[in-house]
Design a protein around this ligand. Structure first.
Ligand code: SF4
Length: 469
């Protein structure tokens, strides 16, 4: 058994490349986690590299895997390096499409780790609070933070750009970093007690927080999840939360009165307009979309799927539980109903472009279950630019809206599905627009008879779109 001690992603990458070139299978390798207390004391790699048999084999790794592996490398789980090597081995041997199989146990674990790292990195960006100290007549800013994972090196470059003209340091329990307005220097982790705890900046933070505090979203449970209680002692603003909660109802009313016209939009996350726009570039960019909160809880954005020369575009409401995991629209139970209806209507699904109005799955948790939750109008509005960009890329002339969310978003806010279903209407996209039942609605109907009636109507509406072509 070969054993390696890995400090960071670069170490793992170099060892894994070596092992894979020599066709050493995962069962013959053990990746050891170094003693965590000493993990970052030494900036240099301390890989123990036993001599390996030489028989190099060339192989290629998808870029997406390297991006995923780099993020997973920041996770705290000691088994991450072995897991990454096993996935690398499977990918480069006989499972080249493994990255797309989110239900695979190894992939699922990796994606969960990646998600945990992204959330932790986001929290570090949000919850680091600097305190001012004067050293040799110069101002320095120091913050102590306790991340769940080893995300400091992922986030430090962000702080160096944001606070470029300041001398600052972020101390964590694992490792610390200092910026001297020129370069980042990493050093040993420190205890909370070694960081300064109060100064004039506290008032500044409180004022800032009071200004950004959104009373309409006050949910103490959610606040404790998003702003874990262990961070509260380092956050000056937590001392004013009680008062702000008392003032919240009045501020909500004020916000409603002032909210018209204030929204984030997916437009801010579109690909660089100087390059030609394509569906793959859009599908790449949507992964970065943060225009509404739905990205925080879903596994991934689910982009549309189908040929670029499709004449028919079918738009549902949002991905479901299975779509969220697999990253493709209409692959779960609703997808089965849609497939059946399309086949009955004589439409070849492989010739249709299928997508959703909102690209991230919105749900409520009930134990282990994730229950569909309807997106609100702000989320629909924020997400619409993705559909508009998809439509602009396609050569379609027929638009089929499944369900009320798609119909009101794409046809008109006053559209009434019960009354106008199955009728051709002109939308801003095409004069050949029609709305019909969403397959999930049919699945949720309580009786078999009701389901059969609505299914027949869905099939009849789909048939209209081929007959009148
Ligand atoms: S739901 Fe749409 S707008 Fe919201 S984050 Fe996802 S892709 Fe962006």
């Amino acid at each position: 058994m070969l054993q390696f001690t890995i400090l960071n992603f670069e170490d793992w990458r170099s060892v894994a490349r070596d092992l894979r070139c020599r066709e050493i299978c995962p069962a013959d390798v053990q990746f050891l986690a170094p003693d965590e207390s000493g993990l970052f004391c030494n900036a240099a790699s301390s890989v123990i590299s036993p001599s390996l048999p030489s028989n190099p084999t060339a192989f290629r790794v998808p870029k997406d895997f390297l991006t995923l592996a780099e993020d997973v490398g920041y996770h705290r789980a000691p088994e991450r390096w072995g897991l990454l090597y096993r996935v690398l081995w499977r990918l480069t041997n006989h499972e080249p499409r493994l990255l797309q199989v989110a239900t695979d146990d190894d992939m699922h674990r990796l994606l969960m780790m990646e998600k945990a790292v992204r959330r932790d990195a986001h929290k570090m960006k949000a919850f680091v609070r600097f305190r001012e100290i004067i050293q040799n007549g110069e101002k320095h800013y120091i913050a102590w933070h306790r991340p769940d994972h080893f995300v400091l090196r992922k986030i430090a470059p962000f702080f160096s750009r944001r606070f470029k003209a300041m001398n600052w340091a972020i101390l964590t329990q694992d490792e610390s970093v200092a910026w001297n307005q020129r370069e980042l220097k990493y050093f040993q982790g420190v205890n909370r007690s070694e960081a300064p705890s109060s100064d004039d900046l506290e008032d500044l933070w409180r004022t800032y927080y009071a200004n950004i505090f959104n009373p309409a979203r006050v949910k103490i449970k959610a606040m404790k999840t998003e702003m874990p209680v262990r961070h509260w002692s380092t956050l000056p603003e937590t001392t004013i939360i009680d008062q702000m909660l008392k003032d919240a109802p009045a501020r909500v009313a004020d916000m409603i009165a002032r909210s018209e016209g204030f929204d984030q939009s997916a437009r801010d996350y579109m690909p660089d307009p100087s390059q030609p726009l394509t569906l793959p570039r859009l599908s790449d960019s949507i992964r970065q979309c943060r225009a509404c909160e739905l990205h925080c809880h879903a596994t991934q954005a689910v982009f549309g799927h189908g040929p670029v020369d499709a004449r028919i575009v079918i738009v549902g409401e949002q991905p479901g539980d299975q779509e969220d995991i697999e990253g493709k629209p209409f692959v779960g139970p609703a997808g089965e109903v849609l497939d059946h209806a399309l086949a009955e209507a004589g439409i070849d699904r492989s010739q249709v472009y299928v997508t959703n109005t909102v690209k991230h799955f919105k749900f409520d948790r009930n134990g282990n279950q994730r229950l569909h939750k309807k997106p609100n109008s702000r989320e629909v509005r924020a997400c619409l630019p993705w559909f508009e960009a998809e439509w602009a890329m396609l050569d379609a002339n027929t638009l089929i809206c499944l369900g009320a969310t798609a119909a009101t978003a794409l046809i008109s806010p006053g559209f009434r599905l019960q009354q106008q279903r199955g009728c051709w209407v002109e939308s801003k996209y095409t004069p050949r627009t029609i709305a019909t039942w969403h397959p999930s609605f049919i699945l949720r109907l309580p009786t078999q008879t009701q389901r059969e009636i609505r299914m027949a109507e869905l099939i009849a509406d789909l048939r209209k779109t081929v007959r009148s072509e």
